[in-house]
Design a binder for this molecule. Structure first.
Ligand SMILES: Nc1ncnc2c1ncn2[C@@H]1O[C@H](COP(=O)(O)OP(=O)(O)OP(=O)(O)O)[C@@H](O)[C@H]1O
Ligand SMILES: O=P(O)(O)OC[C@H]1O[C@H](OP(=O)(O)OP(=O)(O)O)[C@H](O)[C@@H]1O
Length: 221
């Protein structure tokens, strides 16, 4: 780590759904910067006074930046964290971005139970997590990796089922799908690079404590 790296705390924030609420939460503990808003196209936003750098990344890449130390800290959904299997510390459950991972099939599917799907095709953004789940059930499956609009898979005959996240259930409903197996809950997590956590312990630990207080006081909402 160079002395300049040591001077700043670099925080990776995902674009997309988790961005605004992450930025709002960090602002509550004084971690702010000019131009840290959704409309900005800047990828590195620095607060010189507080020695904070925010880097704005594609959602699934946050754990990679943190694992390699390009960011000291990151905010990311547990669903992505499980899938990416990166070597990072998970410091805090931030409680927002609540959703769950599940398997869904067409409502009119004739198969009655989970094991009737043995050896069929699963469309998903989360192939590793899905494989762990099916392995735990003793089921071998064929995984088809998609990058979005997962629900389309069974509609167009690409797959027999999907593994995806559900929040309100609206997307499943509107696409005539039903959940048949729960896999895991997910919320946003604060993660840290292993070396940064040791080298910048006081700063990171203070940040975790401040966030914990905000979360416990209910002020985060
Ligand atoms: N209804 C929801 N749909 C999608 N993600 C949700 C939902 N509720 C909570 N989340 C959380 O937000 C994260 C998704 O953010 P976003 O949709 O921006 O990512 P993405 O779809 O992977 O991004 P991209 O559009 O860049 O592919 C999820 O990883 C999950 O942790
Ligand atoms: O239960 P709901 O509230 O309907 O939310 C779930 C939907 O939201 C996510 O998609 P997203 O909007 O991230 O788009 P994507 O298809 O590009 O991943 C997820 O993949 C589901 O499709």
């Amino acid at each position: 780590m160079t002395s300049s790296d040591m001077e700043y705390l670099t925080i990776a924030l995902p674009k997309g759904k988790l961005f605004s609420i992450s930025a709002q939460l960090l602002a509550k503990i004084g971690y702010t910067a000019e131009n840290l808003h959704e409309k900005s196209r800047k990828l590195v936003i620095t607060n010189e006074e507080k020695k904070i750098k925010f880097i704005i990344t594609k959602t699934a890449d946050v754990p990679t930046y943190v694992e390699y130390g390009a960011a000291d800290i990151g905010i990311i959904g547990k669903d992505v964290l499980m899938e990416e299997e990166k070597d990072v510390y998970e410091l805090l459950d931030l409680k927002f971005g609540k959703c769950h991972l599940m398997m869904a099939v067409p409502k009119d599917a004739k198969r009655a139970k989970l094991t009737d799907y043995m050896h069929t095709r699963v469309a998903t953004k989360f192939p590793k997590t899905a494989e762990h789940f099916f392995n735990s059930k003793g089921m071998q499956m064929e995984f088809i990796k998609l990058n979005g609009s997962i629900e389309l898979g069974p509609i167009v005959g690409l797959s027999e089922s999907i593994v995806d996240i559900v929040e309100t259930g609206t997307t499943l409903k509107e696409n005539n799908l039903e959940e048949i197996a729960y896999i895991a809950d997910a919320t946003a997590r604060l993660i840290a690079n292993r070396v940064s956590f040791k080298m910048k312990f006081n700063r990171i630990n203070q940040m975790v404590e401040d966030l914990r207080q905000i979360l416990e006081s209910g002020e985060a909402k």
